[in-house]
Design a protein. Structure first.
Length: 234
């Protein structure tokens, strides 16, 4: 799986390095450290899209799913395991990047708050779950749709759309949109600005579980009611 995504991984890392090139080569330790942190933030956003791309839709679109499901396995469990595998790979690369930044900062004699870096980690499972949810329902371009959805959600929060809609629509939008307030609350708790740790953590966990359940439902529907004939599952 990593080998199949290696090209996208390298191109993404190079693109991020180009955007942060000025800060990385400025020669000022504080500016370089800030660029590393920005690079890490972008990597946490990119890893889920790189490794989750086509996690379900790729198999359904090419017909490979029929080969996998000839075995006596439950389709939902099979693709949930694949989802967890790719999520763990994304988290592993994010942790490796975090360790590299901490090591570089130590070598340069710069101190940085580890909480500020750890606060970026929840973006990995959140974006991975959203991508998985879209991948199980949309056969083509699911990753682009997920990116568009997340971008539109960020814009909607910037203009305070949930507040403008009023009840009960604001509740629905709060449940669907990425929980940016919870992610910020989680960050504030790690850097010592706020004592509220468990509430934002629970909100992030609930949001991730909801999208994972939606993805599992999409797999079940596609296999049993959708594009795959029932007879080909045995």
């Amino acid at each position: 799986m990593i080998r199949s995504r290696l090209k996208a991984f390298v191109l993404t890392v190079l693109a991020i390095q180009v955007t942060e090139f000025r800060g990385l080569t400025s020669g000022e330790m504080s500016a370089m450290l800030e660029s590393w942190i920005d690079t890490y933030s972008l990597l946490c956003l990119a890893f889920p899209f790189i490794f989750m791309a086509g996690v379900v839709s790729g198999d359904f679109r090419t017909g490979v799913a029929r080969l996998w499901l000839q075995k006596p396995v439950d389709p939902v469990a099979f693709y949930l395991c694949r989802f967890v595998e790719r999520l763990l790979v994304s988290l592993t690369f994010a942790l490796l990047a975090l360790a590299a930044i901490r090591l570089a900062a130590a070598v340069l004699g710069e101190s940085n708050e580890v909480g500020l870096l750890l606060a970026r980690l929840p973006y990995v499972p959140v974006l991975a779950c959203v991508t998985f949810g879209f991948s199980s329902w949309i056969s083509r371009g699911s990753t682009l749709v997920a990116i568009g959805f997340l971008s539109a959600g960020a814009v909607a929060r910037q203009v305070a759309l949930p507040d403008l809609l009023g009840r009960p629509w604001n509740w629905l939008f709060e449940a669907i949109l990425v929980p940016i307030p919870a992610l910020r609350g989680f960050r504030d708790s790690l850097v010592g600005v706020s004592d509220a740790f468990w509430i934002p953590s629970a909100q992030i966990l609930a949001y991730s579980i909801g999208w994972t359940a939606l993805g599992a439902l999409g797999v079940w529907y596609t296999v049993n009611k959708g594009r795959l004939p029932h007879a080909e599952q045995s």
